[in-house]
Design a protein around this ligand. Structure first.
Ligand code: CTP
Ligand code: MG
Length: 251
């Protein structure tokens, strides 16, 4: 009974817009992927880590993560795929027979705490085969249908660049959760979910943005545990600025 963590770090970070892939961008002097690996190891709930690396950068990622004294569990680095889903599948292929629980965590969430890692693993080991951390949402969320936008004729021609979408409905905010990583799974269930969704993995528009989505597509239950603000995702420069503040508060 061991826990494998797949740490996804193979993305290019297009929306961050740096020369380096996002996982190698520094926060407080350390690359994002190293922050994430240290916290996974510090949880004490992870036995091994497999990191997915951007094309051509497996050696560079390996140097960063395996040489660090705080990453106290064994680490392997594998080339990622064209989408996050494909990268996770590449990591999952390296699971050992004894790994009965698999966590999937994004290097783009470098400050997810060891406590959060432990909470997710504990919920899986308590009998929930698919577990995601989630936070209540503070914005009111509208569902829109871009397809409906063009149906209603506009009174006047729209100014160039103005996109108008039709609102379909407003889900009850009390029932919404913004989900984070690490997400935790019974290993056999995650393998089944990736196998069933494999046809989606090659194309960004079709690929799953999280692994729980693949489990939901199987019709299997997914459970939510409390997430945390520090597990925020770094997508753009303002996110990195917020992460810097959070890191100063809680090094
Ligand atoms: N990821 C990955 N393999 C890919 C794409 C993404 O392992 N082919 C990882 C990223 O490294 C990141 C996580 O999945 O840790 C979440 O992806 P995202 O935040 O979208 O990161 P990027 O794809 O790097 O960013 P962008 O979409 O702005 O290019
Ligand atoms: Mg991406």
């Amino acid at each position: 009974m061991t826990t494998l963590a797949i740490l996804t770090a193979a993305g290019s970070g297009t929306r961050l817009g740096r020369a380096l892939p996002k996982a190698l961008v520094e926060l407080g002097g350390s690359p994002l992927v190293l922050h994430a690996a240290r916290r996974l190891a510090a949880s004490g709930a992870v036995d091994r880590i497999v990191v997915t690396a951007p094309p051509g950068l497996a050696a560079a990622v390996s140097d960063v993560v395996t040489a660090d004294a705080h990453v106290t569990c064994p680490v392997r680095v594998v080339d990622g795929g064209a989408t996050r889903q494909a990268s996770v599948a590449a990591g999952l292929a390296l699971a050992a027979p004894e790994d009965d629980v698999v966590l999937v965590h994004d290097a783009a969430r470098p400050l997810a705490s060891p406590e959060l890692v432990r909470r997710v693993v504990a919920a899986v080991r308590a009998g929930h085969p698919a577990v995601v951390p989630g936070l209540p949402v503070t914005d009111t969320i509208k569902r829109v249908s871009p397809a409906l936008a063009s149906r209603a004729p506009a009174a006047r021609p729209a100014p160039p660049g103005l996109v108008v979408e039709r609102v379909v409905d407003t889900p009850d905010r009390a029932l919404l959760r913004a989900v984070q990583t690490p997400q935790g799974f019974d290993r056999a269930l995650l393998e089944r979910a990736h196998a069933a969704g494999a046809a989606r993995a090659a194309v960004e528009d079709l690929a799953a943005t999280d692994d729980a989505g693949l489990v939901e597509a199987l019709g299997e239950p997914v459970h939510v545990v409390a997430g945390e603000e520090s597990a925020m995702k770094i997508t753009t420069e303002p996110d990195l600025a917020l992460a810097r503040l959070l890191l100063e508060e809680r090094p």
